[in-house]
Design a protein around this ligand. Structure first.
Ligand code: FAD
Length: 456
C-alpha cells in the first residue's frame, strides 16, 4: 500500500524514529507499516525483543475488556477482536475466560469495583451476549472452576468468557519478526540506547519548535521527521518534563514451578483475579519445545504500586532503576499476598518456592489515561506512553491511535492529551486497592521471605 501522505501536517516528512521497542513502540511500528510508511527505525536499549527493560517482558498478560469506563472497554474489545482474528496475534492468545472476585476480607473499594465491572459489562452494547456469569459464593465459583480447590473464603464475583490471556514475550517476538519482514530497522544495545533528546528542554524554549534528535550511548545521533518516545516507565529520564505527568510504578511478579503432570490438570482454568490479593494464570511450559518438562504459573500481587524516587532522583521524579538486575527481588508483603492467593485457590502449591521474582515498571498517570500527543516546544516529537499498567492487551491496536494522532497533527481525544496538571503519583486510582509507597521503604530481603514461608 502506498503511503497516504508524502508529508504530514505541520510540514513534517514521513521518516519515523521510535525510541523504545516495547509494547507501544512495536505496535506503533506495525500500524505505520499498515499505512504504507516505509522509513521506520526503532531504538531499544535492550539486547533483543522483548527487552529486559520492557513491562511486556513477561510470560503472560490479561486480555480483557472488563473496564468500568466504557471508552476503554470499547478499545479493549477491538483489541480482543484483533487477538482473535489477526494472524500476527492469533498464535499468542488464549480465550480461557476471566474470573474476577473479591475475598470476604476485601475492603469495600475492591468489592464495589467488582460490582461496577459487572454493571459495566452487562450494559456495554458490544460485549457478546451471555459472556458474563455472576458467581456470588465460593460454591458457585467452585462449581464453575472445580480445579480451584482452596477455601475461596468469602469470595464472590463473576466470570467473563470473552477474555483470556496473551503469551506476552512470544507475542512481542512474533511482532518483531513481522516488522523485520516488513522492512522496519532496529538498533539494540548501545546503538539503541537513547541517552539524550537534543536540544534539551531549556534550549528548546529559546527557539520556536526546534527539530529534535536523539543521541545514543554509542556516540551516534539519530533523527527522523517524526520521533516517537515510547520508553514506558523510563520516559522522564530522557524527557524530564514528562515526569510531571508520568510516575514510574512497579508491582511484584513471581512464578511457581510445576511438573507436566501437575500442569495438565490446570490447563483450562480461567485467569483468576482476586482484586484484594492478586492474579494468576494457567501454567505455561518453561520451554515451548519441551511440553514434558517443567511448567510455570505466573502470579502478581495487587497493591497501590511502588515508586522509586529516592534511589534515582533525590526525592524527585520516580524512575525505574537503571539496571534490570535491581528489580530481581520482591517485597516480602507481596510474597505473602501471592501465597495467600495460592492458599485460597490452589493450596497444594502455597508453600512451593517462588522463582523468577521481579518487580515490573509502568508509567502511571493520575487518572490512568494514556498520553499520545505532541511534546510541547518541539516540532515532530511525540509522546506515546502513560500505559498505567493496562496497555499490554492493546498491543494489536495501540499503534493505530499513535498513527492517527501523527497523521492529524494534534490529539483530538481530550483524555489522551499531554497533561498540564502535575501528578505526585499518589492519587487514588479507583480500580486499585492499597497505598503507593517507595520501594526503599519496603522489605525485600530473602531471609525475611524465608521466615514468612516457615510460618505458613
Ligand atoms: C506486574 C504487571 C502486570 C501487568 N499485567 C498486565 C496485564 O495483565 N494486561 C495488560 O494489558 N497490561 C498489563 N500490564 C501493563 C503492561 O505491561 C504495560 O502497560 C505495557 O507493557 C507498557 O508498554 P510501553 O511500551 O509503554 O512500555 P514498555 O513495554 O516497558 O516499553 C518501553 C521500552 O523502552 C525501552 N527503553 C527505555 N528507555 C530507553 C532508552 N533510553 N533508549 C532506548 N530504549 C529505551 C525499554 O527497553 C522497553 O523496551 C502489567 C504491568 C505490570 C507492571
Amino acid at each position: 500500500m502506498a503511503p497516504t501522505h508524502t508529508a504530514l501536517p505541520n510540514g513534517l516528512g514521513t521518516s519515523f524514529l521510535i525510541v523504545g521497542a516495547g509494547t507501544i513502540g512495536l505496535s506503533t511500528a506495525l500500524h505505520l507499516t499498515k499505512r504504507g510508511y516505509k522509513d521506520i527505525t526503532l531504538l531499544d536499549r535492550g539486547d533483543s525483543i522483548p527487552s529486559a527493560y520492557s513491562a511486556g517482558n513477561d510470560e503472560n498478560k490479561i486480555v480483557r475488556a472488563d473496564y468500568e469506563d466504557p471508552f476503554y472497554a470499547t478499545k479493549a474489545l477491538e483489541a480482543i477482536d484483533a487477538w482473535s482474528h489477526d494472524p500476527i496475534f492469533i498464535p499468542h492468545y488464549k480465550q480461557c475466560g476471566y474470573l474476577v472476585t473479591s475475598s470476604g476480607a476485601a475492603p469495600d473499594k475492591a468489592k464495589s469495583h467488582v460490582d461496577r465491572l459487572i454493571r459495566s459489562i452487562s450494559s456495554h452494547p458490544a460485549q457478546p451476549k451471555g459472556c458474563l456469569t455472576t458467581l456470588a459464593t465460593p460454591t458457585e465459583i467452585r462449581k464453575h472452576s472445580p480445579r480451584l480447590t482452596g477455601p475461596l473464603s468469602g469470595w464472590s464475583g463473576y466470570i467473563n468468557s470473552h477474555a483470556g490471556y496473551a503469551r506476552a514475550a512470544p507475542a512481542m517476538k512474533g511482532l518483531y519478526t513481522e516488522l523485520v519482514a516488513r522492512g522496519v530497522k532496529f538498533h539494540f544495545g548501545t546503538a539503541g540506547d537513547a541517552i539524550a533528546i537534543l536540544p534539551d528542554a531549556e534550549t528548546a524554549k529559546l527557539y520556536p519548535a526546534p527539530r529534535p534528535y536523539v543521541k545514543t550511548a554509542d556516540g551516534n545521533v539519530q533523527c527522523a521527521d517524526v520521533i516517537i518516545l515510547a520508553t514506558g516507565a523510563h520516559t522522564a529520564r530522557l524527557l524530564p518534563q514528562a515526569g510531571a505527568q508520568l510516575t514510574a510504578k512497579a508491582w511484584a511478579v513471581g512464578h511457581v514451578r510445576l511438573s507436566a503432570t501437575e500442569a495438565k490438570t490446570l490447563l483450562h482454568i480461567p485467569v483468576v483475579n482476586c482484586r484484594d490479593l492478586g492474579f494468576f494464570f494457567a501454567p505455561v511450559p518453561v520451554r515451548e519445545d519441551e511440553p514434558n518438562g517443567d511448567w510455570l504459573i505466573k502470579l502478581c500481587a495487587h497493591g497501590g504500586g511502588y515508586t522509586n524516587r529516592s534511589m534515582t532522583s533525590g526525592g524527585g521524579t520516580s524512575l525505574p532503576p537503571t539496571q534490570s538486575e535491581e528489580n530481581d527481588a520482591i517485597p516480602v508483603e507481596d510474597e505473602a499476598l501471592i501465597r495467600q492467593l495460592l492458599r485460597e485457590t490452589l493450596p497444594e502449591f502455597a508453600r512451593r518456592p517462588l522463582e523468577r521474582k521481579f518487580i515490573c515498571w509502568c508509567a502511571d498517570t493520575a487518572d490512568s489515561e494514556y498520553v499520545i500527543d505532541n511534546v510541547p516546544s518541539y516540532a515532530g516529537l511525540v509522546l506515546a506512553s502513560g500505559d498505567s499498567a493496562h496497555a499490554f492487551k492493546m498491543l494489536p491496536v495501540f499503534g493505530q491511535w499513535v498513527a492517527d494522532m501523527i497523521e492529524s497533527g494534534s490529539q483530538g481525544e481530550v483524555r489522551w492529551r499531554w497533561k498540564t496538571q502535575d501528578s505526585d503519583g499518589t492519587e487514588d486510582i479507583n480500580w486499585r486497592v492499597g497505598n503507593v509507597r517507595d520501594i526503599k521503604d519496603v522489605e525485600r530481603r530473602s531471609d525475611e521471605t524465608e521466615k514468612l514461608v516457615s510460618k505458613l
